[in-house]
Design a protein around this ligand. Structure first.
Ligand code: ATP
Ligand code: MG
Length: 139
């Protein structure tokens, strides 16, 4: 899977605002194929485990609260150069700094509620996909 797949989540605010359909449309139109997808809600403990790399940062507790505040859509996506291409496609972490036409620019609310997650390396894409999906749930 390394190199071809990435993991994404549509974050709680974007889902609550009913942007999931529009975001998935952009993702597939950009050439990413959906290999796994589910609507689910993280507990605070699960959100903390998912973002464990940020433990100790000033925004960690708030991030955990936010990410467990409502349903998210989790997906495994496939495309050549998936991780890097998806990060470019979603735009900068802060929607205010994201390029025009990117998902975060179009659908992000603020730095924390930035519409979508995207894996930052092939290694983390594997870890994050395994966090949400069994082999039976991937196609
Ligand atoms: P993600 O990991 O969700 O794809 P990212 O890789 O662009 O985002 P990270 O630095 O990994 O950015 O931060 C993880 C998430 O934590 C951000 O997407 C955002 O929701 C939140 N976050 C990051 N920095 C801040 C901050 N200074 N204040 C509030 N929230 C923040
Ligand atoms: Mg990150």
């Amino acid at each position: 899977m390394a190199g071809n797949q990435t993991f994404t989540m549509i974050k709680p605010t974007a889902f609550r605002k009913n942007y999931a359909g529009s975001i998935i449309q952009l993702i597939t139109a950009a050439g990413f194929r959906i290999r796994a997808m589910k609507l689910t809600r993280l507990t605070a403990a699960q959100a903390g485990a998912f973002y464990a790399v940020h433990q100790g940062r000033p925004f960690f507790d708030s991030l955990v609260e936010f990410m467990s505040s409502g349903p998210i859509v989790a997906m495994v996506l496939e495309k050549e150069n998936a991780v890097e291409d998806f990060r470019t496609f979603i735009g900068a972490t802060n929607p205010a700094n994201a390029a025009e036409g990117t998902v975060r620019k179009l659908y992000g609310t603020d730095l924390q509620q930035n519409a979508v997650h995207g894996s930052d390396s092939d290694e983390n894409a594997v870890i994050e996909a395994d966090f949400f999906f069994s082999k039976l749930e991937r196609y």
